[in-house]
Design a binder for this molecule. Structure first.
Ligand code: S3P
Length: 436
């Protein structure tokens, strides 16, 4: 879908709907696109990626790679990356990661091993995000990195030869795991990483797809340095975290019937499908296949007369970290409400998502209790039209567009263009599926 961008200061109005019907194929999964693009830059040969994500975040990754001397051609959603064979070039200026924490954290793992110095910066939101989680282990591997106050960006990285480490990660973060896998790939010896909770495994699958060997044993993954990568040709599966907004929109209405084609179904990401099914929605898989280690398929979602609530805690919180905003936003429409626990990480995402969710739900007339590490939203509530503020956060923008579909009046979304960080066509796509 080609769409005109939403001007930075424009509001979007979302009207209530009767149901969600139709089919949609989403742009490529962001987590996979970042990783494929970075590995392609290191590999030998030319990588071709179809259905590359259309949002600003994955464009930031390509821009940084161009800044490191990679030749990248883009035609629509097809991106061709000429690999450097491991010889990136010293950048002429600061590498701008925009709003993308993934770009900054994962690229830092590669830059730490280069023979030149580099600086990574980003927008105001990114400059507030914690980076000590990568600075500490990369420093142990031999890199010299200075950061801003409180371990925040910008990061100034003096790269050099790295040595493999054994590291027990204190934070459950797939970005950190991938950063260290990339650093480990470029280091001398072996790097062994143990996660507190198993997070998404795209870093592992992508590294294998590009030809490197990894060992996996429960929550531990090890990689040997010095392995060569070879280019791939891939169609990136549709982004399941973006699909979550459409799944939840469909779940709001008994007569919904939505088909999502070519969707990523990686088990470390698909908890949202089980959760929405557990709420009462009927979810069927129509076709499933594997590509470069990733499961992809077609999913049909049909609504149900009532929506059950529930509790999200521990491992489930980690598995659904990007889907929690939309679950919280539809929580008032459930029978028994939703409780989200163990989600302190939500406070350090693109915005403080716990505060942003609580404030906007209250603006729509909902009762909600925010805690240090989560939210409690009672069920059986009626929400009214209101003005909500995205706080510049793509997932807050999209979550409240979904909540608006079952409100009693129109919802004005301020800062709606934040959605373009992950899916510039989000509002027209939602509008085309919403029956009114
Ligand atoms: C991501 C991991 C998660 C997630 C982010 C993408 C990834 O972040 O919230 O949107 O691609 O690895 P953390 O690693 O900080 O948990």
């Amino acid at each position: 879908m080609n769409v005109a961008p939403i001007p930075a200061d424009a509001d979007v109005l979302v009207r209530p709907a009767r149901n969600i019907a139709g089919s949609l194929r989403l742009p490529g999964d962001k987590s996979i696109c970042h990783r494929y693009a970075m590995l392609a830059a290191l590999a030998d040969g030319e990588t071709r990626l179809e259905n590359y994500a259309t949002g600003a975040d994955c464009a930031s990754t390509l821009d940084c790679l161009r800044g490191l001397g990679c030749r990248i051609a883009q035609q629509g959603a097809t991106v061709t990356i000429h690999g450097s064979g491991g010889r990136l070039q010293s950048p002429a200026g600061v590498l701008d990661c925009g709003n993308s924490g993934s770009t900054m954290r994962m690229l830092a793992g590669i830059l730490a091993a280069q023979s030149f110095a580099s600086e990574l910066a980003g927008d105001d939101s990114l400059l507030r995000r914690p980076m000590e989680r990568i600075v500490t282990p990369l420093t142990r591997m031999g890199a010299t990195i200075s950061s801003g106050a409180g371990g925040r960006p910008p990061l100034r990285i003096r790269g050099g030869p790295l040595r493999g480490i054994s590291y027990r990660m204190p934070v459950a973060s797939a970005q950190v795991k991938t950063c260290l896998l990339f650093a480990g790939l470029l280091a001398a010896g072996e790097t062994v990483l143990e996660e507190p909770i198993r997070t998404r495994d795209h870093g592992e699958l992508a590294t294998r797809a590009f030809g490197a060997e990894l060992r996996q044993d429960g929550r531990t993954v090890s990689i040997r340095g010095g392995q060569e990568l070879r280019a791939v040709s891939a169609v990136v599966p549709g982004d399941i975290s973006t699909a979550a907004f459409f799944l939840c929109a469909a779940a709001l209405f008994p007569d919904s019937n939505l088909v999502l084609d070519g969707l990523l179904l990686n088990p470390t990401r698909a908890a949202i499908l089980d959760f929405v099914a557990g709420m009462g929605t009927r979810i069927s898989m129509l076709e499933v296949e594997q590509t470069h280690g990733e499961l992809v398929g077609t999913v049909r979602v049909q609504g149900s007369p009532s929506l059950k609530g529930g509790t999200i805690a521990g491992r489930l919180t980690a598995a659904m970290i990007d889907e929690l905003p939309v679950i919280a936003a539809i929580a008032p429409y459930t029978e028994s409400g939703i409780e989200i626990l163990d989600a302190a990480e939500l406070r350090v995402k693109e915005s403080d998502r716990i505060s942003a969710l609580a404030r906007n739900l209250e603006a729509m007339g909902a009762k909600v209790e925010a805690t240090a590490e989560g939210l409690r939203v009672p069920g059986r509530q009626t929400l009214h039209g209101a003005e909500v503020d995205t706080c510049g956060d793509h997932r807050i923008a999209m979550a409240f567009a979904v909540a608006a579909l079952r409100a009693s009046g129109e919802v004005r979304i301020r800062g709606a263009n934040a959605a373009s960080v992950s899916y510039p066509a989000f509002f027209p796509a939602l509008d085309s599926l919403a029956q009114r």
